[in-house]
Design a protein around this ligand. Structure first.
Ligand code: NAI
Length: 717
């Protein structure tokens, strides 16, 4: 393009390796050609560059460091190089732009260094150039969070020199022509000092403490801080060496692989499949123009908020006016808080408009909705009554969803005249925050219903995971043996705070006892009473610590009998400052209670080390995961992992329980389960699952091949 510029384009289309070569060739050609006075780098199809394909990142040979020499080559060019940033400049793409002497961006462009989100750091000198350009605080913020910033913010920070409303390429060429002949030295970021802060040391120390606290064992944010620290303390070349070293550490830590696995797993689960051959590729969703939510308790409130945020008009229904008013107040409060976080505020959400959000106790108002989400008490008889009513009132095409945490979808569907339109949509608490939506198909659920629920998840900005119908579905079913082990550990000699600590150190957001106090111990108690495991329906003479020939711990029931429901009553596995308080402190009462309990039942208390706590809790959860896979309740281990990361606070940098099992090694998981099972033969959760045994017998194939070892044995797929 004209004699003064050389276009190097196509960043988005060609593979990374080819792109690097093309960029290098183009630059060298431009340098050697005396008729070229300046160089402009742009992308094709309105995108500068979204960075390298992350599939290549896990392999040390192909990682981003290969880009460094090109960035240096750009920077050292004797002719001015201008980046024309349209669309996105992310990761390696932004590092290329940082090598340029000038940057012009389109007003709608976004920039960022998202490497940290996949367990890495910007490995092409980005951690060294960015602080030199925009200062340490802003650079640290971008590098440790991976956030994308809009062009307007980039201009304020000095990341770009100019923003334009249109024709970025022409503007970049104009700028290139203007600066021909001007000295380039001051534009070479590697030669610039990092802007000083009066309190740099304290600032960096605080930044490290902050990211460590948030990262819960994830290394990348911490190493990003170290790389930026190197930029402040060392000359450029040495800083680059440090960046490379830290990049290598991240690559070999295993966390980058886990995070990249999690990234692809989330995409993989969008391609759902159900029995009978129905799948994402053949089923089309129905439009959801209006929805209803029944029950405005803990879950219903969040679900309504989520729908309103997604611009779906909602009818919110309660059983009587008293509950309705309580629910309305709670929903309005949530929406007001959400609106404050949004640009445009309450006006954008428009939730005071009855056409967008209507509260009622009248079921007849549900006659024209496209989808209903039921979130009433966890009681089969009540749910069936409601679904029976719905199938009479709702229009024929309406989808009927239940938010049940564990109940049988087929039984609920049997109360309707349209079981093909009944489906489980299991939200997680708080429903307007948690990303997971577990979608459960029943025996008769139609592919259209599944596709519509998946589409709903997308509209709500959630991750939908399609699974089969069984007690507790996938997430809660795997949680049962995990929580059961945690309680058994208390019986045998441990304490809630010790068990929680081990699992929180592993990376869980909260341990099982803090979680149970938060959710309310009464929830499980009610369910156990319904199942006849405790309470008045328990047959006289049932041994205290045994049900159906298996070990059972009455500890949670005993706590509930004492009115200890957790945070809501100010006492549970911990004590709290008051009812509704959130600060858990170990409770001496509970410690005494545990000792007495052990004495009553003749249990010899013993010291339980961290390894046993971790393995018994996690391996029993993983063991249940293998059972779920073998039964065809989920189509692959990725589904289980996405559910755990997004719904249960499993640390993402450990890739999910099934990925974690593959990194620990299946033979080790099996051996440990065998050992614990021998010590506790009355605990079925510790008995190694046949599918796990089979995988070990065929020499533990990689996770993505596991399902091929099931094929004919899976009844549901
Ligand atoms: P909740 O007890 O907080 O609220 C239930 C609401 O349903 C109450 O406001 C009640 O007035 C209303 N309700 C009862 N009968 C009704 C009727 N006939 N018509 C209209 N409204 C009626 O219960 P929560 O915790 O919100 O649970 C709701 C459902 O979600 C349950 O099935 C539960 O298992 C499930 N769930 C709960 C989670 C949690 O963390 N609390 C998580 C995921 C699912």
């Amino acid at each position: 393009l004209s004699k003064s510029s050389q276009i190097v384009s196509g960043l988005a289309l060609i593979t990374f390796k080819l792109f690097l070569q093309a960029l290098e060739d183009g630059l060298k050609k431009a340098d050697a050609d005396p008729s070229v006075k300046a160089v402009m780098i742009c992308g094709e199809n309105g995108k500068f560059s979204a960075g390298a394909d992350i599939r290549g990142f896990s392999s040390p040979k192909r990682h981003g460091v290969a880009l460094s020499p090109i960035v240096s080559l750009i920077e050292s060019s004797e002719k001015p190089v201008v980046a024309a940033i349209e669309g996105v400049a992310l990761g390696g793409g932004l590092e290329v732009a940082l090598g340029c002497h000038y940057r012009v961006a389109h007003a709608k462009a976004r920039m960022g260094l998202p490497e940290v989100t996949i367990g890495l750091l910007p490995g092409a000198e980005g951690t060294q150039r960015l602080p030199r350009l925009i200062g340490v605080p802003a650079a640290l913020d971008m590098i440790t969070t991976g956030k994308h910033i809009p062009a307007t913010e980039a201009l304020k920070l000095g990341l770009v020199d100019e923003i334009v409303e249109e024709n970025t390429i022409e503007a970049a060429i104009r700028l290139a022509n203007k600066v021909i002949g001007q000295p380039l030295e001051p534009r070479r970021l590697s030669l610039k000092p990092v802007p000083k802060l009066p309190n740099m040391e304290a600032f960096l120390r605080e930044a490290l403490v902050k990211v460590k606290r948030q990262a819960r064992g994830c290394l990348a944010p911490e190493l990003c801080v170290q790389a930026v620290r190197a930029a402040t303390e060392r000359p450029f070349a040495e800083g680059v060496r440090r960046e490379r070293e830290l990049f290598g550490l991240l690559l070999s830590s295993g966390q980058a692989q886990a995070l990249q696995y999690a990234f692809f797993a989330e995409r993989a689960v969008r391609r759902w499949a159900a029995p009978g051959g129905a799948s994402w590729s053949s089923a089309a969703p129905q439009p959801v123009r209006k929805a209803a939510v029944i029950g405005l308790g803990t879950m219903g409130r969040g679900i309504v908020t989520s729908l309103v945020k997604a611009n779906i008009p909602v009818v919110a229904l309660e059983q009587d006016l008293e509950y309705l008013n309580k629910g309305r107040k709670a929903v309005m409060l949530l929406l007001e808080r959400e609106a404050m976080k949004m640009e445009g505020g309450a006006q954008t959400l428009d939730f005071h408009n009855p056409a967008r959000l209507q509260f009622t106790v009248d079921f007849d108002l549900l006659c024209d909705v496209d989808l209903v989400i039921e979130a009433v008490f966890e009681n089969m008889a009540l749910k069936k009554e409601i679904f029976h009513k719905l199938s009479k009132i709702c229009k024929p095409g309406a989808l009927l969803c239940t938010n049940t945490s564990a109940l049988n979808i087929d039984e609920i569907a049997s109360a309707t005249n349209r079981p093909q339109q009944v489906i489980g949509t299991h939200f997680f608490s708080p429903a307007h925050v948690m990303r997971l939506l577990e979608i459960i198909y029943g025996r008769h659920t139609s592919p259209t219903a599944i596709a519509t629920a998946m589409q709903l998840a997308k509209a709500l900005k959630k991750v939908g995971v399609v699974v089969g119908n069984c007690f507790g579905f996938v997430g809660n079913r795997m949680m049962f043996p995990y929580v059961q082990q945690a309680v058994f550990l208390l019986e045998e000699g441990s304490r809630p705070e010790a068990v929680d600590q081990v699992l929180e150190d592993f990376g869980f957001k909260i341990g099982p006892f803090r979680m149970s106090d938060l959710a309310g111990l009464d929830v499980g108690w009610r369910s156990r009473k319904e199942q006849g495991l405790t309470g008045p329906s328990l047959a006289a003479g049932t041994p205290a610590r045994q049900r159906h020939g298996q070990r059972y711990s009455p500890l949670p029931d005993l706590l509930c009998e004492q009115g200890r429901f957790g945070q809501k009553t100010g006492k549970g596995w911990y004590q709290y400052e008051r009812a509704g308080g959130r600060t858990a402190t170990p409770d001496p009462w509970l410690h005494d209670f545990l000792s007495q309990y052990r004495d009553t039942h003749g249990i010899q208390s013993r010291f339980i080390d961290q390894e046993e706590i971790l393995e018994r809790c996690l391996f029993s959860l993983i063991n249940e995961g293998f059972a779920i896979l073998a039964e065809g309740i989920a189509s692959g281990p990725e589904h289980l992992d996405v559910i755990y990361i997004n719904g249960y606070g499993w640390p993402k940098h450990r890739g999910g329980p099934m990925f974690y099992a593959s990194t620990v090694g299946l033979p080790r998981v099996l051996a440990k389960l065998q050992k614990y099972s021998e010590a506790h033969p009355d605990v079925p959760g510790l008995r190694p699952n046949a599918f796990l045994k089979k995988l070990v017998a065929v020499r533990s194939p990689p996770l993505k091949e596991w399902m091929s070892y099931l094929s004919h044995q899976s009844p549901k797929l």
